[in-house]
Design a binder for this molecule. Sequence first.
Ligand code: GLU
Length: 481
Amino acid sequence: MNEIRTRFAPSPTGFLHVGGLRTALYAYLYAKKNNGKFVLRIEDTDQNRLTDGAVENLIATLRWAGLDFDEGPEVGGPFGPYIQSEKVDVFQKHAHQLVQHGDAYYCFCSSERLDLLRQQQTAAKLPTAYDRHCRDLDAAETKKRVDSGEKFVVRMKIPLEGDICFNDLIRGDIIFSYKNVDDQVILKSDGFPTYHLAAVVDDHFMKISHIIRGEEWLSSTPKHVLLYKYFGWDMPKIAHLPLLLNPDRSKLSKRQGDVAVEDYRDKGYLKEALLNFVALLGWNPGDTREIFSLDELINEFTIERVGKSGAVFDVEKLKWMNEQHLRAKTDEQLIELVRPFLKEKNWDHFSDDHLKKVFGLMRERVTFPQDFVELCQYFYKTPHSFDEAAKAKCWTADTGRYMESLLERYKKLDSFDAAVVEAGLRQEAEALGIGAGKLIHPLRLALTGLSVGPSLFHLIDVLGKEVVVARLEFAIKHLTA
Ligand code: GLU
Protein backbone atom coordinates (compact mmCIF):
# COMPACT_ATOMS: atom_id res chain seq x y z
CA MET A 1 0.00 0.00 0.00
CA ASN A 2 1.18 3.52 -0.75
CA GLU A 3 2.11 5.82 2.09
CA ILE A 4 -0.72 7.89 3.57
CA ARG A 5 0.09 11.55 3.04
CA THR A 6 -2.22 14.34 4.10
CA ARG A 7 -1.77 18.06 3.95
CA PHE A 8 -2.97 21.25 5.53
CA ALA A 9 -2.93 23.93 2.87
CA PRO A 10 -3.91 27.28 4.34
CA SER A 11 -3.86 30.60 2.58
CA PRO A 12 -2.01 32.83 5.01
CA THR A 13 -4.55 35.52 5.86
CA GLY A 14 -2.93 36.63 9.10
CA PHE A 15 -4.24 34.20 11.68
CA LEU A 16 -5.22 30.56 12.07
CA HIS A 17 -9.00 30.16 12.03
CA VAL A 18 -10.47 27.61 14.44
CA GLY A 19 -11.97 25.89 11.40
CA GLY A 20 -8.45 25.70 9.97
CA LEU A 21 -7.23 24.18 13.21
CA ARG A 22 -9.88 21.47 12.92
CA THR A 23 -8.93 20.77 9.28
CA ALA A 24 -5.26 20.61 10.24
CA LEU A 25 -6.05 18.35 13.20
CA TYR A 26 -8.08 15.85 11.16
CA ALA A 27 -5.41 15.71 8.47
CA TYR A 28 -2.77 15.28 11.18
CA LEU A 29 -4.74 12.56 12.99
CA TYR A 30 -5.40 10.64 9.81
CA ALA A 31 -1.73 10.70 8.84
CA LYS A 32 -0.46 9.79 12.31
CA LYS A 33 -2.99 7.02 12.78
CA ASN A 34 -1.84 5.44 9.54
CA ASN A 35 1.89 5.94 10.04
CA GLY A 36 1.80 8.47 7.29
CA LYS A 37 3.09 11.99 6.76
CA PHE A 38 1.43 15.30 7.51
CA VAL A 39 2.46 18.10 5.16
CA LEU A 40 2.06 21.85 5.59
CA ARG A 41 1.73 23.77 2.34
CA ILE A 42 1.28 27.51 2.13
CA GLU A 43 -1.15 28.58 -0.61
CA ASP A 44 -0.15 32.18 -1.12
CA THR A 45 -0.74 32.69 -4.83
CA ASP A 46 -3.33 35.42 -4.31
CA GLN A 47 -1.01 38.39 -4.23
CA ASN A 48 -3.80 40.74 -3.14
CA ARG A 49 -4.32 38.92 0.11
CA LEU A 50 -0.79 38.72 1.45
CA THR A 51 -0.19 39.94 5.01
CA ASP A 52 3.21 40.50 6.60
CA GLY A 53 4.21 37.82 9.08
CA ALA A 54 1.16 35.69 8.30
CA VAL A 55 3.12 32.55 7.44
CA GLU A 56 5.34 32.79 10.51
CA ASN A 57 2.30 33.35 12.68
CA LEU A 58 0.48 30.41 11.20
CA ILE A 59 3.42 28.09 11.74
CA ALA A 60 3.91 29.34 15.30
CA THR A 61 0.24 28.72 16.08
CA LEU A 62 0.30 25.20 14.63
CA ARG A 63 3.41 24.46 16.65
CA TRP A 64 1.81 25.86 19.80
CA ALA A 65 -1.07 23.46 19.24
CA GLY A 66 1.40 20.60 18.86
CA LEU A 67 0.45 19.75 15.29
CA ASP A 68 3.98 19.22 14.08
CA PHE A 69 4.28 18.72 10.35
CA ASP A 70 6.67 16.25 8.80
CA GLU A 71 7.23 18.33 5.70
CA GLY A 72 6.68 21.99 5.02
CA PRO A 73 8.23 25.43 5.25
CA GLU A 74 11.10 25.63 7.76
CA VAL A 75 11.39 21.82 8.01
CA GLY A 76 11.72 21.12 4.28
CA GLY A 77 11.10 17.75 2.68
CA PRO A 78 11.51 15.93 -0.63
CA PHE A 79 8.74 17.77 -2.49
CA GLY A 80 9.45 21.44 -1.78
CA PRO A 81 9.18 24.30 -2.04
CA TYR A 82 6.17 24.11 0.27
CA ILE A 83 5.30 27.75 -0.32
CA GLN A 84 3.46 28.08 -3.61
CA SER A 85 4.67 31.56 -4.50
CA GLU A 86 8.18 30.09 -4.69
CA LYS A 87 7.37 27.91 -7.68
CA VAL A 88 5.11 29.94 -9.91
CA ASP A 89 7.04 28.70 -12.95
CA VAL A 90 5.91 25.12 -12.29
CA PHE A 91 2.27 26.15 -12.29
CA GLN A 92 2.74 28.28 -15.41
CA LYS A 93 4.27 25.36 -17.21
CA HIS A 94 1.28 23.21 -16.37
CA ALA A 95 -1.22 25.85 -17.41
CA HIS A 96 0.48 26.20 -20.80
CA GLN A 97 0.61 22.44 -21.14
CA LEU A 98 -3.17 22.31 -20.78
CA VAL A 99 -3.53 25.00 -23.44
CA GLN A 100 -1.36 22.98 -25.82
CA HIS A 101 -3.53 19.92 -25.27
CA GLY A 102 -6.69 21.90 -25.95
CA ASP A 103 -7.96 21.59 -22.37
CA ALA A 104 -7.52 25.25 -21.54
CA TYR A 105 -7.42 28.53 -23.47
CA TYR A 106 -6.12 32.07 -23.35
CA CYS A 107 -8.73 34.63 -22.51
CA PHE A 108 -8.12 38.30 -23.30
CA CYS A 109 -11.35 39.73 -21.90
CA SER A 110 -10.80 42.97 -20.01
CA SER A 111 -12.04 43.35 -16.47
CA GLU A 112 -14.43 46.06 -17.78
CA ARG A 113 -16.00 43.55 -20.13
CA LEU A 114 -16.29 40.94 -17.39
CA ASP A 115 -17.84 43.46 -14.98
CA LEU A 116 -20.39 44.46 -17.56
CA LEU A 117 -21.20 40.83 -18.28
CA ARG A 118 -21.69 40.16 -14.60
CA GLN A 119 -23.99 43.16 -14.26
CA GLN A 120 -26.08 42.06 -17.21
CA GLN A 121 -26.37 38.52 -15.89
CA THR A 122 -27.31 39.74 -12.44
CA ALA A 123 -29.94 42.09 -13.89
CA ALA A 124 -31.39 39.21 -15.91
CA LYS A 125 -31.33 37.04 -12.77
CA LEU A 126 -28.98 34.57 -14.45
CA PRO A 127 -26.13 32.83 -12.67
CA THR A 128 -22.93 34.81 -13.18
CA ALA A 129 -20.49 32.92 -15.33
CA TYR A 130 -17.97 33.64 -18.05
CA ASP A 131 -19.68 33.60 -21.49
CA ARG A 132 -16.77 31.72 -23.10
CA HIS A 133 -16.12 34.61 -25.43
CA CYS A 134 -12.48 33.62 -26.03
CA ARG A 135 -12.92 29.85 -25.92
CA ASP A 136 -12.87 29.34 -29.65
CA LEU A 137 -10.51 32.07 -30.79
CA ASP A 138 -8.43 31.19 -33.80
CA ALA A 139 -5.07 29.68 -32.76
CA ALA A 140 -2.98 31.93 -34.99
CA GLU A 141 -4.72 35.05 -33.77
CA THR A 142 -4.29 33.96 -30.16
CA LYS A 143 -0.57 33.46 -30.68
CA LYS A 144 -0.25 36.88 -32.28
CA ARG A 145 -2.00 38.55 -29.36
CA VAL A 146 0.07 36.70 -26.75
CA ASP A 147 3.31 37.49 -28.64
CA SER A 148 2.42 41.14 -28.86
CA GLY A 149 2.28 41.27 -25.07
CA GLU A 150 -1.49 41.56 -24.68
CA LYS A 151 -2.65 40.63 -21.17
CA PHE A 152 -4.36 37.27 -20.83
CA VAL A 153 -5.57 34.73 -18.33
CA VAL A 154 -5.76 30.98 -18.89
CA ARG A 155 -9.14 29.33 -18.41
CA MET A 156 -10.09 25.67 -18.17
CA LYS A 157 -12.27 24.29 -20.90
CA ILE A 158 -15.19 22.75 -19.05
CA PRO A 159 -17.18 20.25 -21.17
CA LEU A 160 -20.40 21.86 -22.37
CA GLU A 161 -22.58 18.98 -21.32
CA GLY A 162 -22.58 15.85 -19.20
CA ASP A 163 -21.97 15.19 -15.54
CA ILE A 164 -18.96 14.74 -13.37
CA CYS A 165 -19.02 12.26 -10.53
CA PHE A 166 -16.61 11.74 -7.67
CA ASN A 167 -16.58 9.99 -4.35
CA ASP A 168 -16.28 11.89 -1.11
CA LEU A 169 -15.17 9.81 1.88
CA ILE A 170 -17.74 11.53 4.07
CA ARG A 171 -20.56 12.30 1.66
CA GLY A 172 -20.42 9.37 -0.72
CA ASP A 173 -20.87 9.77 -4.47
CA ILE A 174 -21.44 13.31 -5.62
CA ILE A 175 -22.60 14.36 -9.07
CA PHE A 176 -22.25 17.81 -10.57
CA SER A 177 -23.56 18.82 -13.95
CA TYR A 178 -20.95 20.50 -16.17
CA LYS A 179 -23.61 23.01 -17.12
CA ASN A 180 -23.15 24.57 -13.69
CA VAL A 181 -19.37 24.76 -13.82
CA ASP A 182 -17.71 27.93 -15.04
CA ASP A 183 -14.66 28.04 -17.33
CA GLN A 184 -12.43 28.59 -14.34
CA VAL A 185 -9.39 30.87 -14.55
CA ILE A 186 -6.34 28.81 -13.66
CA LEU A 187 -3.60 31.32 -14.47
CA LYS A 188 -4.13 35.00 -13.75
CA SER A 189 -2.86 37.94 -15.76
CA ASP A 190 -0.13 38.56 -13.16
CA GLY A 191 1.27 35.11 -14.04
CA PHE A 192 0.21 33.59 -10.73
CA PRO A 193 -1.92 30.46 -10.72
CA THR A 194 -5.30 30.43 -9.01
CA TYR A 195 -5.89 28.15 -6.07
CA HIS A 196 -7.43 25.44 -8.28
CA LEU A 197 -4.44 24.83 -10.51
CA ALA A 198 -1.87 25.26 -7.76
CA ALA A 199 -3.66 22.91 -5.35
CA VAL A 200 -4.07 20.16 -7.94
CA VAL A 201 -0.50 20.36 -9.22
CA ASP A 202 0.92 20.45 -5.70
CA ASP A 203 -1.28 17.67 -4.35
CA HIS A 204 -0.10 15.52 -7.24
CA PHE A 205 3.61 16.23 -6.98
CA MET A 206 3.57 16.11 -3.19
CA LYS A 207 2.02 12.64 -3.51
CA ILE A 208 -0.91 13.55 -1.30
CA SER A 209 -3.04 10.46 -0.80
CA HIS A 210 -5.96 12.02 1.10
CA ILE A 211 -7.27 15.55 0.77
CA ILE A 212 -9.16 16.60 3.89
CA ARG A 213 -10.66 20.05 3.72
CA GLY A 214 -13.68 22.18 4.59
CA GLU A 215 -17.07 21.87 2.96
CA GLU A 216 -16.66 25.30 1.37
CA TRP A 217 -14.34 23.69 -1.19
CA LEU A 218 -16.83 21.06 -2.30
CA SER A 219 -18.06 23.11 -5.24
CA SER A 220 -14.47 23.51 -6.47
CA THR A 221 -13.93 19.78 -6.57
CA PRO A 222 -15.50 19.13 -10.01
CA LYS A 223 -12.93 21.48 -11.51
CA HIS A 224 -10.18 19.67 -9.67
CA VAL A 225 -11.42 16.26 -10.78
CA LEU A 226 -11.36 17.52 -14.34
CA LEU A 227 -7.85 18.91 -13.96
CA TYR A 228 -6.62 15.52 -12.78
CA LYS A 229 -8.27 13.99 -15.79
CA TYR A 230 -6.72 16.51 -18.19
CA PHE A 231 -3.27 15.90 -16.72
CA GLY A 232 -3.81 12.15 -16.74
CA TRP A 233 -3.12 11.85 -13.00
CA ASP A 234 -4.81 9.72 -10.37
CA MET A 235 -6.92 11.76 -8.02
CA PRO A 236 -6.22 11.51 -4.27
CA LYS A 237 -9.09 10.40 -2.08
CA ILE A 238 -11.05 13.37 -0.81
CA ALA A 239 -13.15 14.27 2.24
CA HIS A 240 -15.02 17.51 2.87
CA LEU A 241 -15.56 18.31 6.55
CA PRO A 242 -18.88 19.69 7.78
CA LEU A 243 -19.29 23.42 8.32
CA LEU A 244 -18.71 25.04 11.69
CA LEU A 245 -21.76 26.95 12.91
CA ASN A 246 -22.57 29.70 15.39
CA PRO A 247 -25.02 28.65 18.12
CA ASP A 248 -27.84 30.12 15.97
CA ARG A 249 -26.71 27.70 13.23
CA SER A 250 -25.45 30.41 10.89
CA LYS A 251 -21.95 29.91 9.47
CA LEU A 252 -19.31 30.50 12.17
CA SER A 253 -18.39 34.16 12.02
CA LYS A 254 -16.27 36.72 13.76
CA ARG A 255 -19.33 38.78 14.54
CA GLN A 256 -20.56 36.17 16.99
CA GLY A 257 -17.29 35.45 18.78
CA ASP A 258 -13.60 34.77 18.38
CA VAL A 259 -12.52 32.70 15.40
CA ALA A 260 -8.73 33.00 15.68
CA VAL A 261 -6.87 30.26 17.52
CA GLU A 262 -4.58 32.97 18.90
CA ASP A 263 -7.50 34.67 20.61
CA TYR A 264 -8.36 31.49 22.47
CA ARG A 265 -4.73 30.85 23.35
CA ASP A 266 -4.38 34.40 24.70
CA LYS A 267 -7.48 33.98 26.84
CA GLY A 268 -5.94 31.01 28.61
CA TYR A 269 -7.40 28.09 26.69
CA LEU A 270 -5.05 25.12 26.75
CA LYS A 271 -3.99 23.55 23.50
CA GLU A 272 -5.22 20.18 24.79
CA ALA A 273 -8.70 21.61 25.36
CA LEU A 274 -8.86 23.41 22.05
CA LEU A 275 -7.76 20.33 20.10
CA ASN A 276 -10.14 18.08 22.03
CA PHE A 277 -12.95 20.54 21.39
CA VAL A 278 -12.40 20.96 17.64
CA ALA A 279 -11.86 17.22 17.28
CA LEU A 280 -15.46 16.70 18.36
CA LEU A 281 -16.80 19.29 15.92
CA GLY A 282 -17.87 16.83 13.28
CA TRP A 283 -16.23 13.66 14.55
CA ASN A 284 -17.43 11.41 17.38
CA PRO A 285 -15.87 8.33 18.97
CA GLY A 286 -19.07 6.28 18.70
CA ASP A 287 -19.75 6.44 22.43
CA THR A 288 -20.22 9.09 25.08
CA ARG A 289 -16.57 9.80 25.85
CA GLU A 290 -15.69 13.46 25.53
CA ILE A 291 -12.23 13.98 26.95
CA PHE A 292 -9.33 12.93 24.73
CA SER A 293 -5.62 13.60 24.65
CA LEU A 294 -3.95 14.07 21.28
CA ASP A 295 -2.55 10.53 21.46
CA GLU A 296 -5.98 9.13 22.22
CA LEU A 297 -7.39 11.04 19.27
CA ILE A 298 -4.73 9.56 17.01
CA ASN A 299 -5.78 6.11 18.15
CA GLU A 300 -9.47 6.67 17.79
CA PHE A 301 -9.84 8.87 14.74
CA THR A 302 -11.48 7.53 11.60
CA ILE A 303 -12.95 9.46 8.68
CA GLU A 304 -15.95 7.11 8.74
CA ARG A 305 -17.01 8.69 12.01
CA VAL A 306 -17.01 12.24 10.61
CA GLY A 307 -20.55 13.45 9.99
CA LYS A 308 -22.04 15.51 7.21
CA SER A 309 -24.09 18.02 9.14
CA GLY A 310 -22.75 21.29 10.48
CA ALA A 311 -21.21 21.34 13.96
CA VAL A 312 -22.06 24.09 16.44
CA PHE A 313 -19.13 25.92 18.02
CA ASP A 314 -20.27 26.17 21.63
CA VAL A 315 -17.84 28.23 23.72
CA GLU A 316 -19.42 27.05 26.97
CA LYS A 317 -18.51 23.51 26.04
CA LEU A 318 -14.99 24.63 25.24
CA LYS A 319 -14.72 26.25 28.68
CA TRP A 320 -15.86 23.04 30.30
CA MET A 321 -13.22 21.11 28.37
CA ASN A 322 -10.60 23.61 29.45
CA GLU A 323 -11.57 22.96 33.07
CA GLN A 324 -11.28 19.21 32.58
CA HIS A 325 -7.85 19.44 30.98
CA LEU A 326 -6.63 21.96 33.55
CA ARG A 327 -7.70 19.67 36.40
CA ALA A 328 -5.81 16.79 34.86
CA LYS A 329 -2.50 18.68 34.99
CA THR A 330 0.14 17.76 37.52
CA ASP A 331 1.21 20.34 40.08
CA GLU A 332 4.47 20.78 38.22
CA GLN A 333 2.67 21.48 34.95
CA LEU A 334 0.39 23.95 36.68
CA ILE A 335 3.32 25.73 38.29
CA GLU A 336 4.77 26.29 34.86
CA LEU A 337 1.47 27.64 33.55
CA VAL A 338 0.77 29.87 36.52
CA ARG A 339 4.20 31.37 37.32
CA PRO A 340 4.11 33.90 34.45
CA PHE A 341 0.88 35.38 35.83
CA LEU A 342 2.41 35.62 39.30
CA LYS A 343 5.42 37.36 37.83
CA GLU A 344 3.18 39.97 36.26
CA LYS A 345 1.85 40.81 39.72
CA ASN A 346 5.27 40.67 41.38
CA TRP A 347 4.12 37.75 43.51
CA ASP A 348 6.74 35.43 42.19
CA HIS A 349 8.36 35.02 45.62
CA PHE A 350 5.65 32.56 46.67
CA SER A 351 7.10 29.05 46.86
CA ASP A 352 6.12 26.07 44.74
CA ASP A 353 4.81 24.58 47.96
CA HIS A 354 2.44 27.46 48.49
CA LEU A 355 1.27 27.18 44.89
CA LYS A 356 0.63 23.46 45.29
CA LYS A 357 -1.61 24.21 48.25
CA VAL A 358 -3.49 26.80 46.20
CA PHE A 359 -3.97 24.20 43.44
CA GLY A 360 -5.17 21.70 46.01
CA LEU A 361 -7.98 24.01 47.05
CA MET A 362 -8.79 25.67 43.74
CA ARG A 363 -8.18 23.09 41.01
CA GLU A 364 -11.88 22.24 40.80
CA ARG A 365 -12.95 25.86 40.86
CA VAL A 366 -11.07 27.50 38.00
CA THR A 367 -11.38 27.58 34.22
CA PHE A 368 -8.09 29.14 33.10
CA PRO A 369 -4.52 29.04 34.45
CA GLN A 370 -4.62 32.75 35.23
CA ASP A 371 -7.62 32.14 37.50
CA PHE A 372 -5.18 30.63 40.01
CA VAL A 373 -3.90 34.18 40.35
CA GLU A 374 -6.76 36.49 39.38
CA LEU A 375 -9.52 34.70 41.28
CA CYS A 376 -7.20 33.69 44.08
CA GLN A 377 -5.61 36.99 45.03
CA TYR A 378 -6.25 36.42 48.73
CA PHE A 379 -3.77 33.55 48.69
CA TYR A 380 -1.06 36.09 47.94
CA LYS A 381 -2.08 39.39 49.46
CA THR A 382 -4.19 40.87 52.26
CA PRO A 383 -7.55 42.10 50.98
CA HIS A 384 -8.01 45.78 51.56
CA SER A 385 -11.53 46.02 50.27
CA PHE A 386 -14.50 43.87 51.17
CA ASP A 387 -17.53 42.76 49.23
CA GLU A 388 -20.17 45.35 50.18
CA ALA A 389 -23.17 43.08 49.75
CA ALA A 390 -21.55 40.35 51.85
CA LYS A 391 -20.64 42.89 54.50
CA ALA A 392 -24.23 44.16 54.69
CA LYS A 393 -25.43 40.60 55.06
CA CYS A 394 -23.02 39.08 57.55
CA TRP A 395 -21.23 41.81 59.48
CA THR A 396 -23.75 42.88 62.14
CA ALA A 397 -23.31 45.17 65.15
CA ASP A 398 -22.04 42.25 67.26
CA THR A 399 -19.69 40.74 64.71
CA GLY A 400 -16.66 42.85 65.68
CA ARG A 401 -16.96 41.60 69.25
CA TYR A 402 -17.38 37.97 68.16
CA MET A 403 -14.37 38.21 65.91
CA GLU A 404 -12.24 39.75 68.65
CA SER A 405 -12.82 36.75 70.87
CA LEU A 406 -12.28 34.30 68.00
CA LEU A 407 -9.02 36.11 67.31
CA GLU A 408 -7.92 35.73 70.91
CA ARG A 409 -8.69 32.00 70.77
CA TYR A 410 -6.81 31.59 67.48
CA LYS A 411 -3.79 33.48 68.83
CA LYS A 412 -3.44 30.79 71.48
CA LEU A 413 -3.52 27.86 69.04
CA ASP A 414 -0.24 26.08 68.43
CA SER A 415 -1.43 24.18 65.40
CA PHE A 416 -3.30 25.81 62.55
CA ASP A 417 -4.46 22.61 60.89
CA ALA A 418 -7.86 22.81 59.22
CA ALA A 419 -9.37 20.46 61.80
CA VAL A 420 -7.93 22.44 64.72
CA VAL A 421 -9.15 25.85 63.47
CA GLU A 422 -12.54 24.39 62.71
CA ALA A 423 -12.87 22.93 66.19
CA GLY A 424 -11.69 26.26 67.65
CA LEU A 425 -14.35 28.14 65.73
CA ARG A 426 -17.11 25.80 66.80
CA GLN A 427 -16.07 25.99 70.43
CA GLU A 428 -16.02 29.75 70.22
CA ALA A 429 -19.51 29.83 68.71
CA GLU A 430 -20.75 27.67 71.53
CA ALA A 431 -19.09 29.82 74.15
CA LEU A 432 -20.73 32.88 72.61
CA GLY A 433 -24.05 31.10 72.35
CA ILE A 434 -24.39 31.70 68.62
CA GLY A 435 -24.56 29.52 65.50
CA ALA A 436 -21.23 28.76 63.80
CA GLY A 437 -22.46 30.54 60.64
CA LYS A 438 -22.28 33.84 62.54
CA LEU A 439 -18.52 33.35 62.67
CA ILE A 440 -17.87 31.46 59.44
CA HIS A 441 -19.27 34.01 57.00
CA PRO A 442 -17.66 37.09 58.55
CA LEU A 443 -14.39 35.19 58.91
CA ARG A 444 -14.34 34.37 55.22
CA LEU A 445 -15.10 38.00 54.38
CA ALA A 446 -12.35 39.17 56.70
CA LEU A 447 -9.73 36.84 55.26
CA THR A 448 -10.60 37.02 51.56
CA GLY A 449 -12.74 40.11 51.05
CA LEU A 450 -15.27 37.85 49.35
CA SER A 451 -18.37 35.89 50.22
CA VAL A 452 -17.52 32.68 48.37
CA GLY A 453 -14.44 30.55 47.96
CA PRO A 454 -12.92 27.20 48.85
CA SER A 455 -13.26 25.36 52.14
CA LEU A 456 -12.64 28.07 54.75
CA PHE A 457 -10.72 25.98 57.26
CA HIS A 458 -8.42 24.59 54.62
CA LEU A 459 -7.85 28.10 53.36
CA ILE A 460 -6.86 29.15 56.88
CA ASP A 461 -4.50 26.20 57.03
CA VAL A 462 -2.83 27.39 53.82
CA LEU A 463 -2.58 31.03 54.92
CA GLY A 464 -1.06 30.13 58.28
CA LYS A 465 -1.41 31.69 61.71
CA GLU A 466 0.60 34.85 61.19
CA VAL A 467 -1.30 35.90 58.07
CA VAL A 468 -4.69 34.98 59.52
CA VAL A 469 -4.10 36.92 62.72
CA ALA A 470 -2.88 40.00 60.86
CA ARG A 471 -5.76 39.92 58.40
CA LEU A 472 -8.30 39.46 61.13
CA GLU A 473 -6.92 42.42 63.06
CA PHE A 474 -7.05 44.59 59.96
CA ALA A 475 -10.56 43.47 59.00
CA ILE A 476 -12.02 43.95 62.46
CA LYS A 477 -10.83 47.56 62.47
CA HIS A 478 -11.91 48.16 58.93
CA LEU A 479 -15.30 46.43 58.96
CA THR A 480 -16.41 47.49 62.41
CA ALA A 481 -15.62 51.17 61.91
N1 GLU B 1 -5.95 27.30 0.47
C1 GLU B 1 -7.23 26.78 0.85
C2 GLU B 1 -7.63 27.42 2.16
O1 GLU B 1 -7.20 28.47 2.43
C3 GLU B 1 -7.12 25.27 1.01
C4 GLU B 1 -8.19 24.50 0.36
C5 GLU B 1 -7.78 23.03 0.23
O2 GLU B 1 -7.45 22.46 1.27
O3 GLU B 1 -7.75 22.52 -0.87
O4 GLU B 1 -8.38 26.92 2.94
